[in-house]
Design a protein around this ligand. Sequence first.
Ligand code: PLP
Length: 445
Amino acid sequence: SLRMRDIASQIHPQTNLAAHETVGPTIMARGEGAYVYDDDGKQYIEGMSGLWCAALGMSEKRLVDAATRQLNTLPYYQNFAHRATEPAIELSERLLKIAPVPMSKVLFQSSGSEANDTAVKLAWYYFHAQGKPEKKKIIARNRGYHGTSIGSASITGLPHLHREFNLPLPGFLHVTCPHFYREGRPGETEEDFSTRLAEELDALILAEGPDTVAAFFAEPAMGTGGVVIPPKTYFEKIQKVLKEHDVLLVADEVITGFGRTGAWWGSQTFGLEPDMITCAKALTAAYMPLSAVLLSERLYAGMKAQSEKIGVFGHGYTYGAHPVACAVGVEALRIYEEDGIIDGVAALGERMAEGMMPLADHPLVGEVRGVGLMWGVEIVRDKRTREAFPAEMQFGIGIQNRAFENGLVCRSLGTAIAFAPPLISTPEQIDAVVSRFRDALDKSL
Ligand code: PLP
């Protein structure tokens, strides 16, 4: 069977390898709108858009046509050293036009991990150009997720992605996660909490030496860390500290870019003014792998001066700016614009909030939080003390599996369960996400 062939032949990422040999895979065979179907024909609502990425669902013909047209015209060309293709040019122009703050240039890769690695290297390259080669350290947050390449995993703040890999690399530091429910102290307001975290960042930069710190990476709202919505005044206070010490802000919009939070960018929803933006996933609605770094004129001007000095900007990937991926990206951005998808998220987000918030009364739920179409439900053993179930019980995985039996894909992430339905979901599908999940929670009591 396909299952046996899978077990015999594949390693799956972010998977318990031994468990996979007994559990085996569910094989997804086809998709339609917000639904996917397994090879037995069972239907599921794809309540995670795959991995937060298939924003336009599973059967957007315009994206298929855009890819086909480009495959028939020029299936590949490189973007190195004075070569370019029209789809890459058009996509860069469109990205610069919709950027949340003035941005000057775009550099393409294929994955979110590569985009974040690239942003680290751009920060290093820039400070070299400024005559500050020692300004290299990178600060990010615990629970932040930025990828799994050696560089981006070092930015990531999740211990299970570090242990056994000798990560993070030296010079990658982490500060407290802005998770008010888990990290706030008794009696502390959200504003107090944000002040404390900004002071912590300031103290760390001063202790390390501001001349040694290059950049701070942050998801405007954290996804994989358990859908963590920044507490009030957080980014305002953090950005003040960064500016004081000339530390660049990199907004990792890999999940939050292109409508997920109800605006084009999470930076707009949460008031970030980044020096660089990394994005991927919904950039092509996941029909092709593609990521991008957007950077400010200040950074570009510095880099240009340096590349003149040393002859070349020594970075890039074979598949960066892949023309088929860029053609799909152009079409995806057209669809977001022409079909009013982003405004639609604001409305669907309200519908989702109406359904999700009442789950807070459930005996297993400590907190419900979200924005637009990204939501997290914090699962607790004791609502009063906020005690979580011990990790080895895999309680969240149990809930996730019961939801799956009910025909709903959601994702257990640490102590929370996450939801990120496609942006083209219908209101009825959003309601079904909530009701199927509530049923799974009831069965888990
Ligand atoms: N950044 C964020 C916020 C992500 O959620 C992810 C992936 O989930 C990444 C970066 C890494 O992207 P990729 O898996 O494409 O390397």
